[in-house]
Design a protein around this ligand. Structure first.
Ligand SMILES: CCCCC/C=C\CCCC/C=C/C(=O)SCCNC(=O)CCNC(=O)[C@H](O)C(C)(C)COP(=O)(O)OP(=O)(O)OC[C@H]1O[C@@H](n2cnc3c(N)ncnc32)[C@H](O)[C@@H]1OP(=O)(O)O
Length: 285
């Protein structure tokens, strides 16, 4: 596991602290980084897979582990953010889906399901400090949190239909949990990418912030709004509201992997992914 975890002693007992401290790998190897603020108990979970935080199998597994660690150690809030200055996450790493190894492809989709289940269903309050572009899978992660603060002049959305792919049901449920149904339907069918201002206007994000630091503070302010609520009552309320979406995936988890594998292996989908990758690379030149 490649994530590094830094935690304050005030939050965790020494036993928990021992569990939390995992060997630190060389800085260049870290895919996620978790820092817990001693005083507040808020954890900052930073994705760090340059250049664009493409969600590959390793990053997804790392994210899952970090979310579970934060959960186990009863942190009082989880802020998801990015180490990049311009990209929150470019979504799924298309290389995982293009000419894939079949066993890895299954593991990849299962890892994405697990991250979503852990984040969407987290007992810990969650927020995203969206400090860069956030298409597709990046948007899924942000929308799975309970609160979103975005920096100006970036884009966010589930753009799958523009890529000729269909977002799975649980991507759509996540959007519907945040947006009015009609807006969600339009956004999903159009595969629309929203600017930060547009995202604020439709409620896809809750606030804008001028800097990452300000975004983090606003996320913390959101967590502080729960100061007078009972954490268990808070969680059970969230759990009930999100129950059907989670149950739907849990009931169909294996079938969902099979659907994904079948879909990705279609020659037309492979051709489309290949062309899309080429266009991204040409753009980079
Ligand atoms: C009915 C049954 C359904 C069953 C299920 C079936 C369906 C599957 C559903 C799958 C859902 C998919 C979700 C996704 O997340 S797909 C990924 C979508 N992501 C995107 O479209 C974003 C693409 N990237 C960009 O738009 C831009 O890169 C950017 C994020 C805005 C950043 O722009 P910029 O800073 O200008 O960076 P570059 O474009 O120059 O990119 C730098 C290098 O990174 C490579 N790159 C970028 N994005 C990806 C990616 N998503 N995957 C892999 N690689 C990526 C890019 O090619 C550059 O590479 P290079 O340096 O080698 O040239």
């Amino acid at each position: 596991m490649q994530s590094a975890l830094i935690v304050g002693k005030k939050i965790c007992s020494s036993l928990l602290l021992r569990n939390w401290v995992r060997p630190l790998s060389a800085a260049s190897d870290k895919l996620t980084n978790v820092e817990v603020n001693d005083k507040t108990g808020f954890a900052k979970l930073t994705m760090n897979r340059p250049p664009v935080n493409g969600l590959n199998l390793d990053l997804l597994r790392d994210l899952h582990q970090s979310i579970q660690d934060i959960e186990k150690n009863k942190c009082r809030g989880l802020i998801l953010t990015s180490a990049s200055n311009t990209i929150f996450s470019a979504g799924l790493d298309i290389m995982e889906m293009y000419k894939p190894d079949q066993e890895r492809l299954k593991q990849f989709w299962t890892a994405l399901q697990d991250v979503w289940l852990a984040l969407y269903g987290s007992a810990v309050p969650t927020a995203a400090a969206i400090n860069g572009h956030s298409p597709a899978g990046g948007c899924l992660l942000a929308a799975s949190c309970e609160y979103r603060v975005m920096l100006p002049k970036y884009t966010i959305g589930l753009n799958e239909t523009q890529l000729g792919i269909v977002a799975p049901k649980w991507f759509m449920s996540t959007f519907r949990n945040v947006l009015p149904r009609r807006i969600a339907e339009q956004a999903l069918t159009q595969g629309k990418m929203f600017t930060s201002d547009e995202a604020l206007k439709i409620g896809l994000v809750d606030e804008l912030a001028a800097t990452k630091e300000e975004a983090l503070l606003k996320c913390e302010k959101f967590f502080a709004s729960f100061a007078k609520t009972d954490p268990i009552a808070r969680y059970l309320t969230k759990k009930q509201l999100r129950h059907n979406d989670i149950k739907e995936l849990l009931d169909e988890k294996v079938q969902d992997v099979e659907n994904f594998v079948l879909f990705v292996n279609q020659p037309s989908v492979q051709k489309g992914l290949g062309l899309y990758l080429e266009s991204l690379k040409k753009k980079a030149k």
